[in-house]
Design a binder for this molecule. Structure first.
Ligand SMILES: O=c1nc[nH]c2cc3[nH]c(NCCN4CCCCC4)nc3cc12
Ligand SMILES: [Zn+2]
Length: 374
């Protein structure tokens, strides 16, 4: 018997924003939540203890990557992903479809699944919905995702229609293949491109299967942000209030804010960690490119309004020096700050929903960060 894992706790009176509690085997999660991405069983440059220090609640890892290297069976023999990476908190794994399409050089999609070549050594592989569930069961994540086709953008209505129906058939196969419902919650993923009728078609078919939660897929793939928001405006009102909504691959401050205002509960993105390693920081006053000469003798903190370890202990001049000297500590300190920044933004939004001033809080943040109105 599948139990409900999500409970809505507060709703904004002036938007669709809401807070909730998501219960997993490895802990309870307060939503809306941002999930740092640990693709290869590590959030690049950070230790689990440091992630805990910045109040990370749940991490994302990737089925495709861990299947490729070191192998899901090795991770299982090591006791599962939690002990392998020494992360005692909740973990979510993506199902591999998106990675196969965005990484594998050659791939062929059929009703059965996807044939592809490894991006590491070119070896040939095949992942089916059943194989994806088997890999995720071996890894032991608290939340696992159905195997789907993330439809590229743009795509015509006919292609999207056929892909949606195949993803629905794959979701049913994942549902039937999964047998660890008690400690691993399988989420369906809604597709449909930017077409309202196909989003509805996908949602109705997946909602009928009664998954404990739902990913909103096929977005953040190059479509205009306004198209993403439009899909959410039409899709979310069709989704049940007592199940979590996970907007996959989304993590810029503007998209997080627009998503929370539309009732999204969960987000993940490599953006904060990836741009940190390129020397770009997300600060309360907008983005800061630390290698810019303007910071050479800037002996003040990266972000004067931030209380993270980086901002409390180092100057912009020092951070710029680290990046100019290719020092690894620079990558770590900027990653630490960017993750803290987004996790703190989500905490601020949760508090704003609870106190019912979400729109005002979003407007103030957005104006300060982007220098223009929401
Ligand atoms: O439809 C999806 N199904 C399964 N997983 C997904 C993952 C996704 N990730 C993204 N976008 C990632 C965008 N990200 C932005 C920062 C730079 C790297 C790419 N869309 C996704 C859709 C899906
Ligand atoms: Zn900071």
């Amino acid at each position: 018997m599948k139990k409900n894992i999500f409970q809505q706790t507060a709703v904004s009176s002036e938007s669709k924003g809401r807070t909730g509690l998501l219960t997993t085997t490895h802990g309870q999660i307060e939503t809306p939540i941002f999930m740092p991405v640990g693709t290869q069983a590590t959030v690049k440059t950070m230790t689990p203890e440091e992630l805990k220090t910045i109040h990370t609640q749940i991490l994302l890892s990737n089925t495709y990557h861990l299947y490729m290297r070191p192998g899901h069976d090795l991770v299982a023999r090591a006791g599962g992903l939690h002990s392998f990476m020494n992360w005692p908190g909740p973990i979510l794994t993506d199902s591999g479809g998106f990675q196969v399409f965005s990484l594998g050089p050659l791939r062929k999609i059929t009703e059965e699944g996807v044939a592809f070549q490894s991006h590491i050594d070119g070896s040939r592989h095949f992942i089916s919905p059943e194989k994806s569930v088997e890999i995720q069961n071996s890894l032991g994540a608290d939340i696992i995702m159905a195997f789907d086709e993330c439809i590229p953008y743009p795509a015509d209505h006919e292609y999207v229609l056929h892909s949606v129906d195949r993803t629905t058939r794959w979701a049913k196969r994942c549902f039937d293949a999964h047998n660890r419902w008690d400690d691993q919650h399988l989420f369906g993923i809604i597709q449909g491109g930017i077409f309202h009728d196909l989003r509805q078609r996908s949602a109705e078919a997946l909602l009928a299967m009664d998954f404990p939660g739902y990913g909103i897929g096929g977005l953040s793939v190059g479509e205009p942000k306004e198209s993403m928001y439009d899909v959410l405006d039409h899709l979310i009102p069709q989704m049940p209030q007592d199940k979590p909504r996970y907007l996959m691959g989304v993590g810029s401050p503007d998209c997080l804010i627009h998503g929370v205002l539309r009732g999204v509960d969960m987000f993940d993105c490599v953006l904060p960690t990836r741009i940190a390693r390129n020397g770009t920081a997300m600060t309360s006053m907008g983005q800061v490119v630390i290698k810019n000469a303007v910071h050479t003798e800037a002996f003040e903190p990266l972000d004067p309004n931030c209380d993270c370890y980086t901002c409390q202990n180092y100057s912009r001049a020092y951070l710029r020096h680290l990046f100019k000297a290719n020092e690894i500590l620079g990558l770590r300190l900027l990653t630490w700050h960017n993750l803290h920044f987004l996790l703190h933004l989500m905490k601020t939004l949760r508090q704003a929903i609870t106190e019912d001033h979400l729109v005002e809080t979003c407007r103030a943040f957005y104006l300060q960060y982007y220098g223009k109105p929401l």
